[in-house]
Design a protein around this ligand. Structure first.
Ligand code: NDP
Ligand SMILES: O=CC(=O)O
Length: 325
């Protein structure tokens, strides 16, 4: 029987889907990072890979695993995939779009409100025994009602975040993409701006672009210097999109007001990172899509895709359709 390697535990339903389609499964259940060489070794004897976590799929990996017929990622982001190498090896690769958009936008929204009210720091201050008496001039956050939400990357997740901010706080929506999002302009009155205008006009700037050579390090000293002093920076996309040193300085100097991060560079973040002790900073350990419901849908989608690849069918969520030409 042909075998599929799954690099982390996934839901029973998704495993059953693969097994009931006539494939054996090997689940790597150890909770430790897997090096590329370990992954290559683990793939021996397997024709399908369901990749969960940040596994690098590049020329070296693909050259070393010629037996693979398809790779299903259990993520929407595919910045760890070298698409040119995948196309060269005619390797179909899929991702898990849409099913995680709401959960990830919830995480961005959670960070926006938490930063606006210093929620994580307040929690830690109680643990430190600092809740002593009521002072009406202390612990003051800022309100979001009627403020402007800037979205960098108004795609699937960015749109969900914009809808929530509009519904909850009547926020004005401005955005920057490479292409205009006419649906959002019609439904939310979203206004298209240049990147610099977005920096200058956002009260909250939420990042939802894919990590690419173009977006890597986009939020640096120069970008933060153009933002408002009351601005809240939210990144639930990828940590490498902001420069962490420049972000720390911008927060320390009061160039911007606060930051909420679900993604860092590197991951995991060091527990001594100074950002973790700042009043207006909230950091989460890359839990954007981490709800039971969403992870089940992602696992099912990845399972359906790997089964399609092994049957010689087109993967429904293929990211490199060129391989089918
Ligand atoms: N924290 C977490 O757990 C999660 C993080 N993510 C991250 O979120 C990202 C977005 O996911 P999703 O919304 O589904 O993706 P989409 O492709 O739907 O949206 C991405 C948006 O970014 C825009 N964009 C891409 N490149 C640029 C650029 N160079 N300049 C300006 N805009 C750009 C695109 O528009 P256009 O093409 O017109 O430029 C598009 O609107 C993922 O790639 C992933 O990294 C996703 C899920 C969970
Ligand atoms: O970071 C998560 C993803 O799905 O991409």
């Amino acid at each position: 029987m042909e075998k599929v390697l799954i690099t982390r535990r996934i839901s029973d339903d998704a495993l059953a889907l693969i097994r009931n389609s006539g494939y054996e499964t090997t689940v790597y259940a150890e909770l430790k990072n897997i090096s590329q060489d370990e992954l290559i070794k683990m793939c021996e004897g397997h024709v399908g890979l369901l990749s969960v976590g940040p596994n690098q799929i590049d020329e070296h990996f693909l050259g070393a695993c010629p037996q693979l017929k398809g790779i299903a990622l259990m993520s929407v982001g595919y910045d760890k995939v070298d698409l040119e190498a995948a196309n060269k090896h005619r390797m179909p690769i899929s991702n898990t779009p849409d099913v995680l958009s709401e959960a990830t936008a919830d995480t961005a929204f959670l960070l926006m409100l938490s930063v606006a009210r210093n929620a994580f720091y307040m929690h830690k201050s109680i643990e430190r025994g600092e809740w002593n008496f009521f002072d009406p001039m202390q612990n003051l956050g800022q309100e979001l009602y009627g403020k402007t939400l800037g979205v960098l990357g108004l795609g699937r997740i960015g749109l969900e975040m914009a809808k929530k901010a509009k519904a909850a706080y009547g926020m004005d929506i401005i955005y920057h993409n490479r292409n205009r999002n006419e649906q959002a302009e019609k439904e939310l009155g979203a206004k298209y701006l240049s990147f610099d205008e977005l920096l200058q006009q956002s009260d909250v700037l939420t990042v939802h672009v894919n990590l690419t050579e173009e977006t890597k390090g986009l939020f640096d000293k120069s970008a933060f210097s153009k933002m408002k002093p009351n601005a809240i920076f939210i990144n639930t996309a990828r940590g490498a999109i902001h420069n962490e040193e420049d972000l720390l300085l911008a927060l320390q100097n009061g160039t911007i007001w606060g930051a909420g991060l679900d993604v860092t560079n590197p991951e995991p973040m060091d527990s001594n990172n100074p950002l973790l002790n700042m009043e207006n900073v909230c950091v989460l350990p890359h839990i954007g899509s981490a709800t039971k419901e969403t992870r089940e849908k992602m696992a099912m989608m990845a399972a359906e895709n790997i089964v399609a690849a092994l049957k010689g069918e087109r993967m429904p969520q293929v990211i490199n359709p060129e391989v089918y030409k």
